[in-house]
Design a protein around this ligand. Structure first.
Ligand SMILES: Cc1cc2nc3c(=O)[nH]c(=O)nc-3n(C[C@H](O)[C@H](O)[C@H](O)COP(=O)(O)OP(=O)(O)OC[C@H]3O[C@@H](n4cnc5c(N)ncnc54)[C@H](O)[C@@H]3O)c2cc1C
Length: 335
């Protein structure tokens, strides 16, 4: 998406504390400058689970089940029943199309905010439903290519700003964790394409995407196309909440409306329509759990560093940053 269609909030969240001079100093200056340690974007060492972050949730699932918790996986919430002040039950649908009703005292939702608002029965106010319909999401696909050698480049990922290719980022999974690539003599690169479900990239055949990826890696000078020995494509809808024109106002309308429901909380990235990392998403969930025990945290006050601030900046409202205005070409652009 062109920068003219994305709020400056997007960049501000991700490159906080970074300036052009710091970036140049980091690239050209001596390594390990302590003054740069606090700039998150420039951190070059971190801990990572051997088989990826899913391990944390597999362990959490196992621990919960050991304690007797009922986890109902693979069911989609399609309806949220409510009174004027409380959520009373949800209806889910499983992969076979069967529906189930679950009653409860408290509800915490991490499903995309748009889907959540539109799932209410009786519906929320027309203003909230219209605001929800204006929320936009960016979809995403990864072309994973297996290359028959290692040591391709030292980074775990590279952001690519070259307009002559369509990929936006390249993951080098070996450098996240060697255990992510079972064949120690091979590399797996994940070529990331940001798109909208249904657009030209999204609907391209997997074989064509793999060929596109091979060609683009060769064009960038990273590998020769014939070095690729295998590949596959993974598509993921709603990978990013879009910070488009007026998104803050729309989130605020919804937020006010949901605050009237005393036993309902929204958490997480799409759940709060915030460009959160995992730590931030987890922090909102942790505080939501504490609220169930009688605490009174306002989850919207968890900032982008996953810190809770009772006073001071509330990331979600009136950030004062410019949001782009609607244009005719809104959301039609493809990378
Ligand atoms: C390409 C990419 C790279 C990323 N890299 C990093 C990184 O390096 N570090 C980092 O910290 N974060 C990263 N993130 C962000 C991180 O993935 C998110 O912040 C985190 O997963 C958000 O957690 P969540 O629980 O809010 O949402 P999710 O992990 O998306 O979980 C929401 C769940 O709700 C389910 N769901 C949706 N609708 C319904 C429904 N109607 N009923 C029932 N279930 C539903 C979904 O299937 C999903 O399982 C990345 C994200 C993307 C897309």
């Amino acid at each position: 998406m062109p920068c003219t269609q994305i709020s400056a909030d997007w960049a501000a969240q991700r490159i906080k504390g970074l300036s052009l001079s710091k970036a140049i100093w980091n690239a050209l200056g001596p390594r390990k400058r302590h003054s740069l340690q606090t700039v998150k974007t420039l951190i070059d060492r971190f801990q990572y689970p051997r088989f990826g972050p899913g391990m944390m949730w597999e362990k959490t699932r196992d621990d919960l089940q050991k304690q007797g918790a009922l986890l109902q996986m693979g069911e989609e919430v399609i309806t949220i029943h409510r009174t004027s002040t409380r959520v009373t039950s949800i209806i889910t649908r499983n992969r076979s199309g069967e529906t189930h009703q679950y009653k409860g005292d408290s509800f915490v939702a991490s499903m995309p905010l748009r889907d959540c608002v539109l799932a209410f029965d009786p519906p929320l106010s027309p203003a909230a439903c219209e605001a929800a319909l204006r929320l936009q999401y960016r979809d995403f696909l990864t072309v994973a290519l297996i290359i028959g050698r290692t040591g391709l480049f030292p980074d775990n990922w590279i952001y690519v700003h070259d307009p002559s290719v369509r990929l936006g980022r390249i993951q080098n999974f070996n450098n996240w964790s060697p255990d992510l690539v079972p064949d120690r003599a091979a590399s797996c690169l994940g070529l990331e394409y940001f798109c909208f479900a249904g657009d030209g990239l999204w609907t391209m055949m997997d074989e064509a995407l793999i060929e596109l990826g091979k060609g683009e890696l060769e064009k960038l000078g990273l590998i020769r196309a014939e070095e690729v020995i295998d590949g596959c494509v993974v598509r993921m809808e709603k990978a990013y909440p879009v910070y488009s024109s007026g998104y803050q106002e729309d989130v605020n309308i919804i937020r006010q409306e949901l605050s009237r429901l005393e036993n309902f909380q929204v958490i997480g990235r799409n759940g709060m329509h915030k460009y959160n990392n995992q730590d931030h998403s987890m922090m909102t969930a942790l505080l939501a759990a504490r609220n169930l025990n009688g605490e009174k945290y306002d989850l919207w006050k968890v900032n982008t560093d996953a810190e809770y601030h009772e006073e001071g900046e509330d990331d979600s409202v009136n950030s004062g940053r410019l949001a782009p205005q609607k244009t005719e070409h809104r959301f039609k652009t493809q990378i």
